[in-house]
Design a protein around this ligand. Structure first.
Ligand SMILES: [Zn+2]
Length: 203
């Protein structure tokens, strides 16, 4: 008999999340104080017409419907429009990667893939997890080794390659240095709460 693992729908702040992991990421966003929109808008996405194929040169023909999980609109504490898609792992199917790359291309907003919440008890593991797992699709191209980070100058948050704070679009001067700041106390606290919150308390 074939059984499938069914995600647990989770209620939090008036939203019904399709999985508990999605709800935990919503908690993370809340903890660092940024506004998010869940399943805000769906799109019919045409194939990308471009010379440099943006995901491994493979494309599915025809339109794909995609309802991304989170839209984080550019705001004071997170100064860059970003879509976040939550997946159990970063091993995306061809359709999933096509959807994310098409969304980024057509909307000109990056689409970042999140999976399990990093464990602040294991900082080395956290860094490895971010380095190895989280990936981002840009309007042109894609990249891995993405994670949340915080600007040590102004305290704003971003999502950048190796958590390099200088890549946050806050305009602060980092003296030309590209240091990682992916394990700030605020981020560690938010990861901890997101991992341990009991959603039963919100019903
Ligand atoms: Zn800054």
């Amino acid at each position: 008999m074939i059984t499938t693992i069914k995600p647990i729908e989770t209620n939090f702040r008036g939203h019904k999340f399709r999985s508990r992991l999605e709800a935990r990421w919503a908690v993370f966003f809340d903890c660092i104080g940024i506004n998010w929109m869940y399943e805000y808008e769906g799109f019919e996405l045409a194939p990308v017409k471009k010379e440099d194929e943006i995901y491994m040169g493979k494309q599915i023909e025809g339109q794909l419907f995609y309802l991304p999980d989170f839209l984080i609109p550019s705001q004071n504490l997170f100064p860059e429009d970003t879509y976040f898609e939550v997946k159990p792992t970063q091993n995306l199917t061809l359709e999933e990667s096509n959807k994310a790359s098409r969304l980024a291309y057509h909307s000109e907003i990056r689409c970042c893939i999140l999976s399990s919440i990093p464990n602040p008890q294991h900082r080395d593991e956290l860094f490895d997890l971010c380095r190895l797992e989280f990936q981002t699709f840009y309007p042109s191209g894609w990249d891995t080794q993405q994670c949340f980070c915080q600007c040590p100058v102004c305290g704003r948050f971003g999502f950048a390659y190796e958590g390099r704070a200088a890549r946050i679009k806050c305009g602060c001067d980092h003296n030309g240095k590209e240091k990682s700041n992916a394990t700030s106390p605020e981020l560690m606290r938010a990861y901890h709460i997101a991992r341990t919150i009991r959603f039963e308390d919100f019903k």
